[in-house]
Design a protein around this ligand. Structure first.
Ligand SMILES: Cc1ncc(COP(=O)(O)O)c(C=O)c1O
Length: 403
């Protein structure tokens, strides 16, 4: 029996408990860190290991030209269907970091042009563009994002304020890694295009969390790591590119891919490599599709996040949300601050003493919890997190900022 009334039926609770049993996650651990790296389900890992074993039995015949070559094509197709894009516009790469380098380092930039991005982009993305800007004589202009904004238009306005007639790339996240804020990517893409700039979207946190229709969005580039919310094996990600860039970029690593092919696979990881984990990515997509990503997973996760927001506000003294309640601006990440409390220290105690994995981030001089809840988490897990935070604040003097 749940300790508190939960807004789902006993039958649904049992359904999700059964799904949780299909992960390797330990029973004594509450995993609220899927935003950093997601756990892969057993069918995904078992499929990957079976292929790996097969590969080692006959490396030459089962390698990239054998069984695993078609598996790569199949995965590209499944991923393309999942994000509604043509497969020939999807490059399979190791992660968002690698994906971001392909256009940033592969295109030629005119000296003096401007790159516009927010102060909440991921540090590796900021570093990359700073590196390119220093090398090629570009200027980076920064947009400061409100924490939290009141409405999606606030974000479009903030970006619009930073655009000049020299802006050549507008960079924004689909879901911010800081607070979990979800952005109006189509409106931001249209804004960039109306000023003749490239729309470059960091979707590291969005694939598997937000509905995504890349044909409809119409952006130039979309990058993601599928080892986060899509729960694929680690070291899998993709770059989506508009068809006009198909052959315009220099691959970052040159090998057989030196010649234009009219296909984004030119930008895949180059050379001989183990592709079994990409076959695992295909299986991870099947796993979520079989449960029902839009019919079951997303509604369940939105419910969990709504409950967490409500419980945090109701039961934790001094708490304040750093993400809007409006579901058009949030997904499966919940973030909130607690007045006077060092949340980094609370996270450390939660892991060491309670086996709860959660993290704290900051933006605009505010520190907040970033809580990632996915479909392997339960309403009981949310209660356990809230109860434990309250207990730590009550019993551990050292988490008070004035202690
Ligand atoms: C918004 C965002 N962009 C990019 C990255 C980099 O992802 P990866 O380390 O998988 O390359 C992350 C990782 O957490 C992220 O949160």
């Amino acid at each position: 029996m749940p300790s508190r009334p939960h807004p789902i039926s006993d039958e649904d609770t049992a359904f999700w408990k059964d799904i949780r049993g299909q992960f390797y996650l330990r029973d004594d651990t509450t995993y609220l860190q899927g935003g950093t790296v997601g756990p892969s389900a057993r069918p995904t890992i078992e499929h990957t290991i079976d292929l790996l074993r097969g590969l080692e039995e006959d490396p030459l015949h089962l390698g990239t030209d054998g069984l695993l070559g078609p598996a790569l094509d199949e995965t590209r197709k499944k991923l393309a269907d999942f994000v509604n894009a043509p497969p020939e516009q999807i490059a399979l790469v190791l992660n968002t970091t690698m994906a971001s380098n392909i256009p940033a380092q592969g295109l030629t930039w005119e000296r003096g042009t401007e790159i516009l991005m927010s102060d909440q982009e991921y540090p590796a993305i900021k570093n990359l563009w700073q590196f390119v800007a220093d090398r090629d004589g570009l200027t980076i202009r920064w947009v400061s994002l409100p924490v939290p904004p009141e409405k999606p238009e606030d974000l479009v306005e903030a970006y619009e304020g930073g655009i000049t007639n020299k802006t050549s790339v507008v960079i924004f996240s689909h879901v911010y890694f800081t607070t979990g804020l979800a952005t109006p990517i189509k409106a931001l893409t249209e804004l960039a295009h109306s000023h003749g700039a490239i729309a470059f979207i960091d979707g590291a946190h969005a694939v598997g969390m937000m509905p995504l229709d890349l044909k409809d969005v119409g952006c130039d580039f979309y990058i993601s790591s599928t080892h986060k919310w899509l729960l694929a094996p680690k070291g899998t990600g993709f770059l989506y590119l508009d068809a006009k860039y198909q052959d315009r970029m220099r691959p970052v690593v040159i090998g057989h891919n030196i010649w234009p092919t009219g296909h984004a696979s030119r930008y895949d990881v180059a050379g001989t490599r183990d592709v079994t984990h990409f076959a695992g990515l295909g299986k991870a997509i099947d796993f979520q599709n079989e449960i029902g990503w839009d019919t079951k997973i997303r509604p369940y996760c939105l419910g969990l996040s709504k409950y967490l927001k409500e419980q945090a506000l109701e039961r934790i003294r001094g708490s304040r949300l750093t993400i809007p309640l409006d579901p058009s601006m949030s997904g499966f990440i919940t973030s909130f601050t607690i007045e006077g409390i060092n949340l980094g220290k609370v996270c450390q105690i939660l892991w060491e003493d309670y086996k709860i994995e959660v993290t704290a981030n900051s933006a605009n001089d505010t520190q907040f919890f970033r809580v990632s809840t996915h479909f392997y988490d339960s309403y009981d897990d949310v209660d356990r997190f809230i109860d434990s935070v309250n207990e730590v604040i009550k019993t551990r003097e050292e988490v008070r900022k004035d202690s």
